[in-house]
Design a protein around this ligand. Sequence first.
Ligand code: C2E
Ligand code: MG
Ligand code: MG
Ligand code: MG
Length: 289
Amino acid sequence: QNRDQYASGYYYFDKTMLEQANTRQYITSNLDRALKEKWIKVYYQPIIRAANGRVCDEEALARWVDPVKGLLSPADFIPILESTKLITRLDLYVLDQVLEKMKTMQRANLYLVPHSLNLSRADFDSCDIVEEIRQRVDAAGIPREKLTIEITESIIGANFDFMKEQIARFRDLGFKVWMDDFGSGYSSLDVLQSLRFDLIKLDMRFLQNFDKGDASKIILTELIRMAIGLGIDTITEGVETKEQAEFLKEVGCTKLQGFYYCRPISAEAILERYEKGTQIGFENPDEDE
Ligand code: C2E
Ligand code: MG
Ligand code: MG
Ligand code: MG
C-alpha cells in the first residue's frame, strides 16, 4: 500500500511538512483579511510592582482568533510573519490598538498606565520603525514615556551596532526600552554593559525549574542582584505561584508578571476591572506620592 503511494509521488513530503506549508500559506495570504475583519485581537497582561502589589504596566500581546482554525497563539503566526515584512503590518496594528486603548483610558480619567509593545527584528529592516512609532504616538497625543518597546535578547546579538543605535534613538525620543527574554539566548552579558535598557525581563525558563533544586533560585537571585548593582529594574515573567512571587519580592525583583496575577485578557475585560476597581487596581504615582 505504502509502496504504491510512494510510486505515485504523493508522499514526497510528510503530512506535518504539508501542514506547515499550508499554515504558512494561510497566514501570509490572510493577514490583510485578518486585520480588516478584526480576527487579530490585542490582549493585555498586567505587570505588578513588587513593592505595592499594584499594576504598573501592561504588555500588549497579539492573538489571531480565526473563524475556521480557532484561536491561534503567537507561536503559530508570529514566526511566519517574522520571516516576511508582514510582521511590521501586525506590529503597527497592535500599536494603533494600544494607542486607542490608552486614549479610552485618558477619556475615562483613568491613570494612564504605561503599555509595552513587542517588536521583531524584521521591523527594523522593513521601515524606519523608530520614526514610524514616534509619529503615531505623537499623533495620538500619548506621552512618549508611556510607551515601552520590548526587544528580545535574541535580536540584539547578531546586529549589535545597529541595534545599539536604534535603542538609543528610542530612548533619546523619550520611549522606554526593555530587554525581553533575558537569559534565553546566547548573547553575552556584554549587552548589559554596552547597551542602555530601562529594564531587563528575566526569561520565564528560570521559573520553570523553580521546584527542581536550587539552581533556578540561585540564578534568579544573582541576576537580580546584578541588575540592582547596575541600577536597572527587573521583571521576572512566568510567575505562576505564590511561592515564586514571594521569593522574587524577597530577592529584590522590581516587577512581576504571570498567570498568578493575571493572564493576558482583552481590552474590554481589563478596562472593566479597572473601572470596577476590583481584583487588580493600578498604581497611580500622581496620587500615591
Ligand atoms: P513575550 O513577549 O516574552 O511574552 C510573554 C509570553 O508569556 C506571552 O505568550 C504570555 O502569554 C506568556 N505568559 C505570561 N505569563 C505566563 C505564565 O505565568 N506562564 C506561562 N507559561 N506563560 C506566561 P504569548 O502571548 O503566546 O506570546 C509569545 C511571544 O510572541 C511573546 O513573548 C512575544 O515575543 C511574541 N509576541 C506576542 N505578541 C506579539 C506582537 O504583537 N508582536 C511581536 N513582534 N511579537 C509578539
Ligand atoms: Mg514581551
Ligand atoms: Mg518575554
Ligand atoms: Mg518569552
